[in-house]
Ligand binder design. Structure first.
Ligand SMILES: Nc1ncnc2c1ncn2[C@@H]1O[C@H](COP(=O)(O)OP(=O)(O)OP(=O)(O)O)[C@@H](O)[C@H]1O
Length: 330
């Protein structure tokens, strides 16, 4: 167990994980007992303060297990994890006082309490002084556009309102590190846009934000860095733009308003994986080799296309390519 660290320097990373391993015991009895499951297979990761960091990976990759360990809800089997310099096992109370956690979804609220009652309850649980509680809770209700319905029970709320209440609760203690698990799942585009603005605001305030998601375009838009996890191991950890270059410097050619005949001609070329067209008419020619760039551009121009340009592939392509390349689960 790591030694307590009473006064970690502000230079320490927001999160530092070393050789972290978590094995869930096999469930069931005797002959029907399932084997133990390795959810995290010795991962190491460092997140600097003030970073918006995405944890991306397919179902069962180990994302929630990692966030649960970092937020002191689950013990690691071995290895160490520190949050703002404090060990998540030896100094769990210190870690809890410095983090906010929004697990999202339907969990975590009493359906018959109102938003105001919910926040006041958590403010008391968090040890916020009694004199400050009402004002702090009302400020959160206002920030998350919940004031008008603050006295309605939570079971009457839309999914988006519940999601905002999760965020309000997570921010009540003014945490240095915020963990968000699938924060935009099931919410509409307007609420997504508000969420992105909120993340930018919180990052500007100097908070470190760790967000788990399956949504690659979300990760690309809001994260400074993304860690791609699969089956308990880190495949890669870098900025979204650096990750895009993993597949080749320009693995895509984009063209506006090309005729269908031009795209058909391109489809037949060596090194072309496929062609997709957006609703706005822009076509993306996906390549498997950079050598295909020149013939693709020449073919498009020969068919009268204009506004042809090379582009880095979206994070989604990197994600799919790297996770699909791995051997199937036995
Ligand atoms: N309480 C548990 N008991 C046994 N196995 C578990 C338990 N919780 C998670 N697992 C297993 O550990 C692995 C990692 O699960 P985890 O929930 O961390 O993945 P995840 O990346 O968050 O997945 P998802 O995107 O589906 O939420 C999976 O194989 C899962 O089945």
């Amino acid at each position: 167990m790591a030694a307590p660290n009473p006064d970690p320097s502000t230079e320490t990373p927001a999160i530092e994980v070393r050789d972290l391993r978590r094995v869930y015991a096999g469930q069931g009895r005797r002959e029907s007992k399932k084997p133990p499951r390795v959810a995290l297979d010795g991962i190491s990761l460092s997140v600097p303060r003030g970073e918006v960091h995405g944890i991306l990976g397919p179902n069962g990759a180990g994302k929630t297990t990692l966030v649960k360990i970092l937020s002191t809800a689950l013990l690691p089997t071995s290895g160490t994890a520190r949050v703002l310099g404090h060990d998540v096992v030896a100094e769990a109370q210190r870690v809890r006082a410095r983090i906010g956690v929004a697990l999202g979804g339907e969990r975590g609220f009493h359906a018959y309490l109102t938003a105001r009652q919910t926040l006041r309850f958590w403010a008391a649980m968090l040890g916020i002084p009694r004199a400050d509680r009402a004002a702090r809770c009302d400020a959160m209700l206002a920030r998350f556009a919940l004031l008008e319905r603050a006295d309605s029970p939570v079971h009457t709320y839309s999914r988006g309102m519940r999601q905002r209440l999760h965020l309000a609760r997570a921010l009540l203690p003014d945490p240095g590190v915020l963990f968000l698990d699938e924060p935009t799942i099931g919410i509409d585009p307007g609420a997504r846009r508000d969420f992105r603005a909120l993340v930018a605001e919180l990052a500007a305030e100097g908070k470190t934000i760790v967000v788990t998601t399956h949504d690659t375009s979300e990760a690309e838009n809001i994260c400074d860095r993304v860690t791609l996890i699969d089956r308990g191991s880190i495949l890669i950890s870098d900025s979204p733009s650096a990750l895009s270059s993993v597949l080749g410097e320009f693995a895509q050619v984009d063209v506006d308003d090309a005729e269908e005949a031009a795209l058909d001609a391109v489809r037949g070329l060596d090194g072309v994986a496929g062609v997709d067209r957006d609703t706005d008419g822009c076509a993306h020619v996906r390549l498997t080799a950079t050598a295909a760039i020149r013939p693709v551009i020449e073919t498009l121009l020969a068919h009268g296309a204009v506004r042809v340009r090379t582009a880095s592939p979206p994070l989604e392509s990197v994600y799919l390519r790297l996770t699909e390349q791995r051997a199937p689960i036995p």
